[in-house]
Design a protein around this ligand. Structure first.
Ligand code: ATP
Length: 687
């Protein structure tokens, strides 16, 4: 890295600072231009003026110069001039890369958006493939001030490959507050996923801390840039495992200038009924099984009946008769077509009316479309529809399936064995639909039934994080929300902790309805130090035998301490938290869920203020008490892990327990302290 010298003419750092100052001034001018727009001349009504004003306000907000997010973080010096199309309207050989586009008064770019084609070599160019880049420069900032830069001369054979000190500094920056963007340091293998084509679905298997979440969010930002109009129409959605996690990631996209991305958990997507109960593991697994889809399909169609009487329509002085066999033909034809139950129900009266119309024509009349519509509304026809294709209320239907043993048996015949059916049914049905003991898995069934009746609207792109925990039925629920778009599926099979956790990505993609997706693997870890990831990886043969252990980009000796504390474990934990808090950044005390109250009390007694994982850490309170079940996806500079054996015992089976432990062991950025009174699980014992 280069430190500043004092002569501004000879000092390249000073020149870069000057460019920063000029870019900031240009951004200010861009903002002032928008602020000074006078709407009076261009808009007709106050409504359109208000709409336009909103857009302008959003643009002004987007043009804000944020003190702590540097306007540019890199520079590319090309060997040859780049075409204007690639360079966002600019020409030349030198480009500054930043979070947003900034241009000067003549419209020439001063900073290029990181997502533009010309910026791509910043992330991908290498010595073996320099992509016409002579020099790549990375900038270092301290508190918003440009303080350093680092150069790579990609075409200079004499220069040796080094790891970037700025990248290491970025990763080691203390973690306080929500997740940050990684736009300045996206790695080549990550960039390939970020910029993958919108047409296909990408599935990423990645060990802990390999940047799956970060990559997924940057991919959304990239797609919004590259396909803005299309996605503005169709929408994008990020799905995460729980609200603490969504809260942790919610600032990343706004920091990248993208405000219009929805975030939800799967439960929120399928909130058709109020969840008031929990399933035993086996029932939940069966309800999440893809076989349920066929049971529901049969259930939805169970009410379809064939008519036994002709339909007689009276118009004026004449009567028109559609015989039974014709009605049967119409219904059979609709049944055989792959259209939604509700769409078929809407088509049925029109089909019968059409049959009446043909008879009217044969009878010498000349009816038009309006007559057909009127006939379709005839009470006789409505009566046939009601009897033969009755309306279906999805929640009521699922309620019936879960309470009426005979109905379930009829729909699940040959699909679920009787004992499986018994596990699917509610043990104690509530009295009404509203007070029924709906579980999270039941809500997914209602969602499937809803989609069988009426097609679910699809978004343009959906990102699913921690996808390994979804059941096949949940994959289907997500899949119908991107049936006409694409998806990014992120997960780690070794971190699957639900009873129905994904065993293979090919299965998951099949249930999602995207069987031909690319599966990429990320193994280079950016969070966990080498020593810690090696320790955690001892569990891999037991929890996910086929997976390669992650490597770490940081080899920080002393980052792991494991101690046996036969007496006074709680006091030692409090002490370990205190010690961790003596360092900069955040500390997480992770423990089995049922030990949380005990530890909460101990921390309170010791006068150590702490937060729960849904609350952001701040400079004042940097300690979070984390139940193991909520640790997934989160990270802390220092982690103190309480009693691994209890974390394992907190799950219904050993493999899930060890997976939960693997998650807990892989949350630390700088240091992990493991304290235990009981013996460690054998996989972790010293070898
Ligand atoms: N290219 C990068 N440059 C700097 N930091 C990075 C980079 N990639 C990832 N990180 C950081 O590494 C940490 C882990 O990233 P992230 O949470 O996205 O990993 P993950 O694969 O989703 O992990 P997990 O499986 O534990 O959920 C984050 O702090 C992230 O900002």
């Amino acid at each position: 890295m280069h430190a500043p010298t004092t002569d501004p003419l000879r000092d390249p750092l000073q020149r870069e600072r000057d460019h920063l100052a000029a870019s900031r001034a240009a951004l200010r001018a861009m903002r002032e231009d928008v602020e000074s727009l006078d709407l009076r001349d261009v808009t007709g009504t106050w409504v359109s003026a208000a709409v336009l004003q909103n857009q302008i306000d959003a643009r002004i907000a987007a043009l804000a110069d944020l003190a702590h997010t540097p306007l540019f973080f890199g520079r590319l010096d090309y060997l040859h001039a780049i075409s204007e199309a690639l360079a966002e309207g600019g020409t030349g050989e030198q480009f500054y890369i930043g979070r947003r586009h900034v241009h000067d008064a003549d419209g020439d770019p001063m900073v290029i958006d990181w997502r533009a084609p010309v910026s791509q070599p910043f992330y991908r160019a290498s010595r073996t493939e320099p992509m016409d880049v002579e020099r790549r420069r990375r900038f270092g900032y301290t508190g918003g001030e440009l303080t350093a830069y680092e150069d790579e001369h990609l075409t200079d054979p004499a220069e040796a490959e080094t790891t970037s000190a700025l990248l290491a500094a970025e990763i080691e920056k203390p973690r306080v507050g929500p997740m940050r963007d990684i736009v300045a340091t996206i790695q080549p293998e990550q960039d390939e996923i970020v910029r993958a084509d919108i047409g296909g679905t990408v599935c990423v298997q990645g060990a802990p801390g390999t940047g799956k979440t970060a990559v997924g969010l940057h991919r959304v930002a990239y797609l919004l840039y590259a396909h803005r109009e299309r996605l503005a129409r169709t929408g994008t959605l990020v799905i995460g495992p729980n609200s603490s996690f969504l809260h942790y990631i919610e600032q990343v996209l706004p920091a990248l200038g993208e405000l219009d991305v929805a975030q939800a958990t799967v439960q929120q997507l399928v909130a058709h009924v109020e969840v008031r109960a929990e399933d035993p593991a086996e029932s939940a697994r069966l309800k999440g099984d893809a076989r349920m889809a066929e049971v529901l399909r049969r259930a939805v169609r169970a009410g379809i009946a064939l008519p036994t009487e002709p339909c007689v329509v009276v118009r004026g002085s004449r009567r028109w008769r559609v015989p039974v066999y014709e009605l049967v033909e119409i219904i059979e034809e609709l049944k055989s077509r792959e259209i939604r139950y509700g769409a078929a129900r809407e088509a049925l009266p029109q089909r019968i009316a059409h049959a009446v119309l043909l008879k009217m024509e044969q009878g010498g009349e000349a009816p038009d479309d309006r007559v057909q519509d009127a006939v379709a509304r005839n009470p006789q026809i409505k009566a046939v529809v009601k009897e033969c294709w009755p309306p279906v209320d999805p929640a009521k239907l699922v309620h019936r399936l879960l309470t009426d043993a005979e109905f379930l048996a009829a729909c699940a015949e040959g699909i679920f064995a009787p004992e499986e059916q018994a596990a699917i049914r509610w043990a104690k049905p509530g009295r009404s639909l509203r007070t029924a003991p709906w579980t999270a898995a039941d809500a997914v069934l209602v969602d499937e039934a809803t989609d069988l009746v009426q097609r679910t609207a699809s978004l343009g792109h959906v990102v699913v994080d921690e996808a390994q925990d979804l059941s096949p039925m949940q994959y289907r629920a997500v899949g119908r929300r991107c049936s006409t778009g694409s998806a990014t599926i992120l997960g780690d099979l070794a971190q699957g902790t639900t009873p129905w956790a994904t065993a293979s990505w090919a299965d998951a993609l099949h249930h999602l309805g995207k069987p031909v997706a690319h599966i990429e693997e990320l193994t280079k870890g950016f969070r966990v130090p080498e020593e810690v990831i090696e320790y955690a990886s001892r569990l891999l043969p037991a929890i996910a035998p086929g997976l390669a252990p992650a490597t770490s980009i940081r080899d920080t000796p002393g980052s792991l301490a494991v101690s046996h504390i036969p007496d006074g474990l709680v006091d030692s934990l409090v002490e370990a938290c205190r010690k961790s808090l003596a360092h900069e950044g955040s500390t997480g005390l992770i423990a089995a869920d049922d030990r949380i109250p005990l530890l909460a009390e101990a921390l309170a007694e010791a006068g150590l203020p702490f937060l729960d994982p849904g609350t952001e850490t701040s400079a004042e309170v940097r300690l979070t008490l984390v139940p193991a079940s909520l640790a997934k996806g989160l990270e802390y500079d220092y982690v103190v892990l309480d009693e691994p054996a209890a974390v394992v015992a907190g799950e219904p089976d050993e493999r899930t327990g060890l997976r939960r432990l693997y998650v807990a062991l892989t949350r630390a950025v700088s240091g992990l302290t493991v304290l235990h009174a009981e013996p460690l699980p054998e996989q972790l014992r010293a070898r």
